[in-house]
Design a protein around this ligand. Structure first.
Ligand code: PGA
Length: 257
């Protein structure tokens, strides 16, 4: 991380876990433990139906609430979907876009991801855009090409440096998500630095150094220090460990060092 130029952000991704009733207790527990997070922004990305409870529970603190997806259209006949305006109205600040589970199980492509990034920006939300390669792609040595495609495609929806201020990238190697197998600090740094270089090419050095780039994939209390020590790793997107308040708080603490 490099706090001089950009925010450090630790975001929890609860995925499809916890009812609204359970949310109240879990958020309260996290809140008690991270209340003093001085240097890093804490975000909890919860299931849609848990948003009201999470927003209510964090009213008097600096924890921000995020969603895990949104629909690319503003409104209309899209049964079962949720728009950016609906999220914004509930007090949501961030939305995760293009998580690998959305790409893998729900058919999201670079094109839909770009549309969703545009929708999030239009609704006044901040987007956490996920990119990352599968193990097969890493083994075939096409990681950088793949990341470049994903990043450039998402940035097509970001016209100027003004909108770029509301974009966060999360580098999440698919082989590291939920597997207990973390990327080494060097692997994470290499890709995060590469992502910043892509941003620099399009928007210039000044804008690029202000963008938060997270690492995600089995980040935990033990490996957070080393990952966050990398200059271009500005935080984490935390799955499993975000459901364990003690572990999540330890990661937040590492980000505050
Ligand atoms: P994990 O998930 O921390 O459980 O690996 C990260 C993510 O999917 O965002």
């Amino acid at each position: 991380m490099n706090r001089r130029y950009r925010k450090t952000i630790i975001a929890g991704n609860w995925k499809m876990n916890k009812t609204a009733t359970e949310t109240k207790a879990l958020v309260e527990d996290v809140k008690q433990r991270v209340a003093k997070s001085k240097w890093c922004e804490v975000v909890l990305c919860v299931p849609f139906v848990d948003i009201p409870a999470a927003v209510r529970q964090t009213k008097d603190c600096r924890i921000a609430i995020g969603a895990q997806n949104l629909h690319e259209e503003v409104s209309g006949a899209y049964t079962g979907e949720i728009s950016g305006a609906m999220l914004k109205d509930l007090g949501v600040k961030y939305v995760i876009i293009g998580h690998s589970e959305r790409r893998q199980y729900f058919g999201e492509t670079d094109q839909t991801v770009a549309k969703k990034v545009g929708a999030a920006l239009d609704a006044g939300l901040k987007a956490i855009v996920c990119v990352g390669e599968t193990l097969a792609q890493r083994d075939m040595d096409v990681t950088m090409e793949l990341i470049a495609l994903q990043v450039k495609s998402a940035l097509n929806a970001v016209p100027t440096t003004e909108e770029l201020k509301r974009i966060v990238f999360a580098y999440e190697p698919v082989w590291a998500i939920g597997t207990g197998r973390t990327a080494t600090a060097e692997q994470a740094a290499e890709v995060c630095t590469f992502i910043r270089a892509l941003i620099r090419k399009k928007y210039g050095a000044r804008a690029a150094r202000g963008v938060t780039i997270q690492y995600g994939g089995s980040m935990n209390a033990q490996n957070a220090d080393e990952l966050l020590a990398q200059l271009d790793v500005d935080g984490g997107l935390i799955g499993g460990a975000s459901l364990k308040p003690e572990d999540f708080a330890a990661i937040v603490q590492a980000a505050n060092q």
